[in-house]
Structures are given as C-alpha cells and as structure tokens.
Design a protein around this ligand. Sequence first.
Ligand code: MG
Length: 251
Amino acid sequence: MVILKTSRELAIMREAGRISQRALRLGGEAVEPGVSTWEIDKIIREYIEKSGAKPNFLGYGDFPASACISVNNTVIHGIPSKKQILKKGDIVSIDTGALFNGFNGDNAWTFACGEVSEEAQRLMDTTREALFKGIEQARVGNRIGDIGHAVQEYVEARGYSVVRDFVGHGVGAKLHEDPSVPNYGTPGRGVRLLPGMVIAIEPMVNVGDFRVKVLSDGWTTQTIDGKLSAHFEHMIAITTDGPVILTSLDD
Ligand code: MG
C-alpha cells in the first residue's frame, strides 16, 4: 500500500533528507587512501546523532553500522570495517540514512578515492546521470515504469548494466515502503505517481554482468563477475510542481 504524505510530513522528511545528505557529504570528504571504512562510518554516525536524529540503518535487520560502505565490486550493503583500508583508485559507495521526528531520509553517492581509472570515472558519471534521468520522470501522472525505463535506457546505451535483484522504494515512517522502484521497466507501466508520494530512486550500475551475489555475512552484495559497480540515490517527493529532491542541501 502506497502511503501519501501530508505537507507537514513532507517538511519533516525534508529535514531527515538534509541530515542524511550532510552525513553523506561528510562521509565522502573522509574518503582518502589509508582511511578505514569503519572510520568513515563513525564520522557519519556522530554527525547524525549530533543532529538529533538516529542512524536508521543501524540495527535494521541486524545491520551493524550506520552507513553501508561498498568498495569497487561491492554493489551495496558493504559493512564498514577497521580491516578495510581504502586505497588510491578505489570507488567507494556510501549509503546513509537518518530517522528524524519519526520519518526517514535515505541517500547514496559513489566517491573516488584519489585518482581513479577512466573506466571507474565513466561508470560513476553514468550512474549519477542515470539517477537524474530517473528523477526527471518522477512526475504526477507518470508511472513507476517510466522511471525505471529512463534509467535502464541511459545505462545500457553506455554499455553498462542495471542490477535487478535490488531496487529503489517508497520511504516514509518506514525506511522501505511501497512501491518498489526498479531501475528497469516499461514506459506507462506500474504504479501511477501521485502528489505526496515519496520514493528513493537508486540506480545500481555494473560495468559487466547485472547479476550480483550476497556474501555469507548476509549483507555484502557484490557483482558476480568481480567488476566495478556504482550506486547513487536521492529521495524524491512527487508534487504538482514536479519532482522535489528531499535529500538536497539546496532549497
Ligand atoms: Mg534506499
């Protein structure tokens, strides 16, 4: 069931989104050779807590950290670790979320650790651009399939693949609500977009095969062929004035 948000609830979600975005940027600024993913997670947790919010990933299922930090061939749900030290040339996907006044924020970005390969840069550029292609379709009267189609078409035209096993989602009082927001689809198909819907659009894009595997820790999700993957996510409100990025620092 899709839960529409009131303007009062959207205002709270805007703040949850801002906190999530600031946490993400702080995490991104900390990405440097020699830094552990545990240290980045600590910076993110401390910022979210200082903001009067709660890290919503911590304890979700049994996730043991505040941020998912996924390096290179890890697509999503990487568990921060003192043993994982970043190296020059890594690409580092960070996913952060804050629960503020009963509502969730959720966003992700892939950061370069120092200078990265041309392929890695092109993958990150493509995935970020695909996110904005999806956001452009997040309009009243469109359907979920319009978003997925726009993402998929852009990504595949550039020779990459979109992950199928994990998708975007509605967001609200719960971190994951209806509807599912796949990064693939058919125009004009799926749930109709209505004012007051809030969705997380989050393309996960692989250089090679779209298939992924989940490691024995139950979380870490990697590309099946070991090739690179990138992940960008914004939380969007559907309004009569067009899509509004709730996880933005700009008004
Ligand atoms: Mg999400």
